[in-house]
Design a protein around this ligand. Structure first.
Ligand SMILES: N[C@@H](CCC(=O)N[C@@H](CS)C(=O)NCC(=O)O)C(=O)O
Length: 274
């Protein structure tokens, strides 16, 4: 896997998508394109660059100082190297893709999609994923501390690493306490029950055979973000949180060529934390 050490060569109209195969938010944005390919004739030039977040590539000087100070993936850079305009959040990246893939936000559902995506991303995925793997948080802290212990790093890099360390302290380590995990589970349950209702509404008493949440012919942004989330819940043994209706929905989605090609048989969680 590549290390993010140097400024990549970028074509004029090219976007770069920094991602990781085991990052649920990266899978959400990649699914936004993968599921919708074939439903657009517009072309989006994207160079997909893997970032090995388990080896710490997101903590490199280049990544923290030039790509994303939060040291997270996914990140989308815009064409012509517009500095300081990288998109560093998966909801915003999918919204940007919506200009090229209108099926992601059909007009009649776009408000509901926005509000449900907000609800999904208010869930701390870290709490649900690493519930029984607290070493993930300490591994992250140690990786940053190790880089900070090098006396020869530049002042800007030291500052960036200290900022990243604060993020880990504030958002990762506390996410694994019993009470926070409980809160995140109940947020997830509430989100999932809304999806079950929507799917029941779509399939009940109508001849609609669409496989997607809103019964549309094409997948929306809500499908693109929900499918990786469900895959993640299954991978960490949380299938008991998922209704039968949602399981049927997920199984159908996992059989699409787009999903199979994107996942290449991988789980959504890095093997060391399974
Ligand atoms: N709100 C962000 C969250 C991004 C995020 O937390 N990414 C995780 C992977 S899913 C990451 O990069 N973790 C590595 C790290 O924090 O060092 C989004 O939706 O894109």
């Amino acid at each position: 896997m590549s290390t993010i050490a140097n400024t990549p060569n970028v074509l004029e109209d090219q976007h770069i998508l920094y991602y990781n195969d085991y990052s649920v938010c990266s899978l959400m944005v990649r699914a936004s394109i993968a599921l919708c390919n074939g439903y657009t004739d517009k072309c989006l030039n994207i160079d997909e660059q893997p970032v090995n977040i388990h080896l710490g590539d997101q903590n490199s000087e280049y990544f923290l100082c030039e790509v994303n100070p939060k040291g997270t993936v996914p990140v989308l850079t815009l064409p012509n190297n517009i500095r300081g305009r990288n998109i560093t959040d998966s909801i915003d990246i999918t919204a940007y893709f919506g200009k090229y893939y209108p099926c992601l936000y059909p007009m009649e559902f776009s408000n509901e999609i926005g509000s449900l995506l907000g609800e999904l991303h208010a869930i701390n995925f870290f709490s649900l994923t690493y519930t029984h793997k607290p070493q993930r948080a300490s591994d992250m802290e140690n990786a940053v501390e190790k880089r900070l212990s090098d006396p020869n790093i530049s002042a800007r890099y030291r500052k960036a690493l200290q900022f990243k360390r604060d993020i880990i302290h504030n958002t990762r380590t506390p996410a694994l306490t019993v009470s926070v995990i409980k809160d995140e589970e109940s947020k997830a349950t509430s989100f999932l029950s809304k999806l079950t209702e929507l799917l029941e509404h779509t399939s009940n008493g109508s001849s609609n055979t669409s496989q997607w949440i809103f019964g549309s012919l094409e997948p929306t942004a809500l499908d693109a973000h929900t499918i990786p989330f469900l895959a993640r819940l299954f991978d960490v043994g949380r299938e008991d949180m998922v209704s039968e209706r949602l399981k049927t929905y997920a199984c159908r989605a996992f059989k699409t060529k787009a999903w199979i090609d994107m996942m290449g048989g991988r789980k959504t969680v890095f093997s060391a934390y399974l």
